[in-house]
Design a protein around this ligand. Structure first.
Ligand code: MN
Ligand code: MN
Length: 468
């Protein structure tokens, strides 16, 4: 990377500063990330893929260690959804750890607990959407179904339909323009209502059903589910099934400079964090920690969200193994308070088609590198974890030392933007936290767009932060 001119704040595309070797590294990184994203369609799949990646790099379950020493590589999972991985550093653990934390859940559509229904000769799955979606974006597109059905005999049926060659897909229908005049009069937010996000799953009546039997199409679907997956209608009451866009990530543009894919928010940052941890050379000074958590899109609540004690407990498990017999509760509190964190989450890239949404001069632009949001929140920074200036200054020095292209911005105009991340849940421990991640176009849409340059720089930023 060519050095940036000092002094004036300039936010500009960074391609021209890359060496030929860095360009090659960027393309390799993009390819690996696209491969991950195509497999990590849900938080459970992201977890499984991530564990496979880190195990191949020598990370072992934390519980298999009695004591930890510098250089040890460990991980701890929770419910097959949330993952914490760490490389133990040289410094005493009480000096704090460096954390990069992202989330692997993404906006989607979940099945209701009693989902199978028949209407007018079609069978549907009834749904309840998850996270902030524009509902109209989810109709008339091929959709895939992922998740688990947990049966009362203790067996789990894994479901993944819609992405393998030859798989069927599913769809939510829309009315044709000629007949949609009533719908066309409604505001965009009301054109497709949440209760109408019914997934089309079949249309053929069960040939074996009696002539007068009701719901013959539903009957046929249930027979297929029983035969192919061993699932009864009642089994849906203990299932987690998620509807996501079918298809794998694609390069965008004649120049192939961008990547379209489902779930960049926030797998692009979570993956960058994991890659950063896996690509540390030697033993870091402070213990390096990466968290890939669940439930961020619905407020980080629940046992696998960052509002739970999972992170705190995991740090206690690590600290007790570092300190040994001298360990007590105050050690964990000291570690947490002395730690530093990048809350690794995406932000919105300025979109010239929608200039009205742009906080001129303070929005992230695509291709200018990983973006820091000093604060999030809305309506006068309400609900924000606002990082302190001293911490930002340390980060500036780190990024300069490691030639990281980065930018700073905020999400939307005053009183028009905002949002939350996991930052505030971590700031509770008294640690320094700041949001930093990849800027996206189409954020929260079924297909989001990131630039290869920004994906690559997000990884380099996290790596630099973990090294210190
Ligand atoms: Mn996010
Ligand atoms: Mn989000």
């Amino acid at each position: 990377m060519k050095k940036k001119e000092e002094g004036r704040y300039v936010r500009e595309p960074g391609f021209k500063n890359l060496s030929a070797a860095e360009r090659r590294e960027m393309e390799r990184y993009a390819k690996d990330y696209m491969d991950f994203l195509g497999k990590a369609k849900t938080e459970r799949r992201a977890y499984a893929e991530s564990v496979a990646l880190i195990e191949a790099k020598g990370f072992r379950p934390l519980e298999s260690f009695k004591r930890l020493k510098p250089g040890d590589k460990v991980y701890r999972g929770y419910h097959g959804k949330t993952l914490l991985a760490a490389v133990v550093g040289r410094a005493p653990i009480e000096k704090g750890v460096n954390v990069v934390g992202g989330h692997t859940d993404a906006p989607r559509i979940d099945l209701k607990p009693v989902p199978v229904a028949e209407k007018g000769g079609f069978a549907y799955f009834d749904t309840h959407y998850y996270g902030g979606i524009k509902k109209y974006q989810w109709v008339v597109r091929p959709l895939a179904l992922y998740g688990v059905v947990c049966k009362k005999d203790g067996k789990t049926v894994e479901v993944a339909i819609g992405d393998k060659a030859g798989d069927p897909v599913f769809m939510i229908t829309d009315i044709l323009p000629h007949l949609g005049q009533e719908q066309a009069k409604k505001p965009l937010s009301k054109g497709i209502e949440g209760e109408d996000l019914d997934l089309l799953i079949g249309s053929e009546p069960n040939a074996k059903a009696e002539e007068k039997a009701k719901d013959k199409v539903k009957d046929n679907i249930l027979a297929i589910l029983k035969a192919q997956y061993g699932i009864d209608e009642e089994d849906f009451t203990s299932a987690e099934l998620e509807i996501v866009p079918a298809g794998t990530p694609r390069e965008v543009g004649f120049d192939r400079s961008m990547i379209a894919g489902y779930g960049h928010d926030d797998r692009v940052c979570a993956y960058a964090g994991l890659k950063a941890l896996m690509s540390l050379d030697g033993i870091p000074e402070r213990t390096a920690v990466v968290v890939m958590c669940d439930k961020e899109e619905i407020g980080s609540v629940g046992a696998t969200g960052m509002d739970s004690t999972f992170f705190e407990n995991s740090i206690a498990e690590i600290a007790s193994r570092c300190v040994g017999a001298a360990y007590n509760d105050i050690v964990t509190r000291r570690v947490l308070e002395a730690s530093r964190m990048i809350s690794a989450d995406v932000t919105a890239a300025s979109d010239p088609i929608y200039p009205e949404a742009d906080p001129k001069g303070n929005s992230a632009i695509m291709n200018a590198g990983a973006c820091i949001n000093k604060y999030t929140g809305s309506g006068g920074k309400s609900g924000a974890s606002d990082a302190r200036a001293e911490f930002l200054a340390q980060l500036r020095a780190t990024f300069a030392k490691h030639s990281v292209a980065w930018q700073i911005g905020e999400l939307g105009k005053v009183d028009h933007g905002g949002g939350g991340t996991i930052a505030k849940f971590m700031a509770r421990y008294g640690m320094d936290v700041v949001d930093m991640g990849t800027a996206l176009l189409n954020m929260h849409a079924p297909w989001e767009i990131a630039s290869k340059f920004d994906c690559y720089m997000t990884w380099r930023a996290y790596r630099a932060f973990l090294i210190g």
